[in-house]
Structure formats: C-alpha cells, structure tokens
Ligand binder design. Structure first.
Ligand SMILES: [Zn+2]
Length: 338
C-alpha cells in the first residue's frame, strides 16, 4: 500500500512507516457518534486506522451541529442515522479503509458482538450504563478501551488497559443515582472541550495501536474556561467486581434498563434496570433551564415544545412523540441521566 497520503505521520518518528502499517492493520470500534465520537472517527479515519466500526442509535438533529462535526443541515433535515451520516462523510475522506456503520442501541445483548473482534474500543457514548457495559465486555475479551466524557467546559479521559491499569469500575465504583448528575442537555457543552477530549482519546488510541511505551495510565482532566488541567492517578480497587473478580453485572443483564412501545400511543416507556430514587426538586431545578417542568410527588412532567416526557420517582419514564425506542432512550439519557 502507498503510504504517501500519510507522509506527515510517517515522518513523525514516534509513528514512522512501521507504525502506519500497524494502524492500517488495526480494527477499532467507536461507540457513540456524538460530540466525541465524530471527532474521534474523523481523526482515526484520516490517520489511516484500517477498520472503523461506527456505532450509534440516534438520528442527526439541528442542535447536534454545534459540536458533532461530521454532520450538516441536510443530515438533520433528513433525520439521518448518525452512523450512516458519519459513514457517508468519512468514506469520501478515506476510501482506502473499511468503514462499517451500525445503527443500534448498544446494550448487554449486543455489546460482545460489537467489540470482540477489534483491537481497541473508543467511548463516544453519553451514559454510564454503556460505559460499564463496555468496561465489562472489554475486560472479558481482554481488549483495551478509552473512556471520554465532557460537560460544560470540562472533560476527562482515561485509558483502560487490560491487566495493566485500573478499570472504569475502579475509577467510578457505582452508577450515580439517576437524575442526580448533570447532562449535556441541562448543563450544556462547548465544542472546544469535546474536541480536546476526543483528540486526546484519538492520540492515545494511536499510541495503543502502534504499541507505544508512552500510553497514559492516569486520568486526564481539563477545564478550558478556567484554564486548568490535571492528571489524576487512579488506584486499582482490589475488590473491583470487574477487573479483580471478573464478575460481570451489566453484561449478564442483571442490571440495565429496558424500553417498550406503549400500545396505541406515540410513546415509549423506559424502565431502569436497577431501582433508583429520583429527587424531583433537584432534577426540576436542572430541567428548568431547558424547558417547562412541573411535578408533584407522583410524577414529573417536562416539555420544551419538542421533547416531552413524564417521569416517575422510581426512574420509569414515558417519553412522548418519539418514533422508536432508540429515540426514547436518547431523550432519557439526555434529560434524566444515567
Ligand atoms: Zn476495576
């Protein structure tokens, strides 16, 4: 293969022609093609990673365009699945690599098939449940993966290297109570921070794929608004259910939400897999920034003129005006969390 198109990478000594060949021989899965995933996919496609599996459950919407760099207004007006829109764009950028778009909701029933044949998994997802699933599946198949997350002007990323570093569960021992953490829909997110975090994920990806000794093992955190950054050393939890005990709680569907269409209504019900307790007053305070909220002790209702749902204290939600379960799950994770 002619490596000339990658000349700016091959002259970079730490990669070189050997490294470039390793990249071309590599297989990567990108889970989630939002603000992080689009930047990662773009970087790795142009860098010549030979195989990219592009996975996302969602459709392109106008509000995505502020930060999801592979999409345009036409994709939004046509409500193109993000995986397909990303494929259409990237295949024009690099036709010499293999790009496989997959429109699916990543869950415990399909995660293993999506990742078990790749060399590396990159997290571009927006929720903890998927990250715990990736963490367990990657541990089971001894595959490295890279976590990334961003909100507001802050972001962080961490490499999870099988047998060499703490896992995501060591770093984040338990899923936070649903509704208790901010999401990008309630706190916003700047495209510059998602660009930085995704680019750090991408450069770590390249280091891992070429076998660089300079792969990071700590958490990198940055806030671009107050211009602070730090690296945080994480210790391996000797009792970690995942990396110490190989006890997979999410993979086995012991935990994890499920959803179903509600008969005769244009609504989808989402039920969290573990019992949660939602503080409506706290959640309402956050959601107030995004739309109309009202609640009593039995139910919280939200409407921004477009997204509309009713939420119960145990985490069960009915998402209205959605076409399918994937769209309902997106609303749930964007506005309610987890
Ligand atoms: Zn662990």
């Amino acid at each position: 293969m002619d490596l000339n198109r990658y000349s700016r990478q091959t002259v970079f000594q730490q990669i070189g022609a050997d490294g470039q060949r390793k990249l071309l021989d590599s297989k990567v899965a990108i889970v989630g093609l939002g603000a992080l995933g689009t930047v990662i996919a773009n970087n790795l496609c142009r860098s010549g990673v030979g195989f990219l599996r592009l996975i996302d459950r969602d459709y392109v919407e106008l509000s995505n365009l502020q930060r999801q760099t592979l999409y345009d207004e036409k994709d939004a007006s046509e409500q193109m699945p993000k995986a397909v829109a990303a494929y259409n764009h990237l295949t024009k950028v690099n036709s010499e690599i293999t790009l496989v778009p997959i429109v699916t909701d990543v869950n415990s029933s399909n995660i293993e098939d999506l990742i078990k044949d790749v060399d590396l998994v990159l997290d571009g997802s927006d929720n903890l449940e998927v990250r715990f699933l990736i963490n367990e599946a990657c541990h089971k198949y001894k595959i490295p993966w890279i976590y990334g997350g961003a909100i507001g002007s802050t972001g962080m990323t961490m490499n999870i290297l099988y047998g060499e570093s703490p896992c995501f569960r060591c770093f984040c021992p338990i899923a936070t109570t649903t509704g208790s953490s901010e999401t990008c829909s309630t706190a916003g997110v700047l495209n510059m921070i998602t660009g930085i975090i995704a680019s750090v994920e991408s450069s770590e990806a390249i280091k891992i794929l070429i076998g660089s000794p300079e792969v990071r093992k700590d958490v990198f955190y940055v806030d671009i608004w107050d211009f602070s950054s730090q690296t945080i050393e994480i210790r391996k939890d000797p009792n970690c259910p995942t990396c110490a005990q190989s006890h997979y709680e999410y993979l086995g569907q012991l935990k994890g939400s499920y959803s179903m269409g509600l008969c005769g209504r244009d609504s989808i019900q989402i039920v969290p897999g573990m019992p949660v307790s939602i503080d409506f007053a706290h959640l309402a305070e956050k959601l107030n920034k995004a739309g109309e909220v009202s609640f009593n002790r039995f139910m919280l209702s939200f409407d921004d003129g477009y997204r509309c749902f009713n939420l119960f204290p145990d985490g069960r939600a009915i998402i209205k005006n959605v076409k399918d379960e994937s769209a309902a799950k997106s609303v749930y994770s964007e506005y309610i969390g987890l």
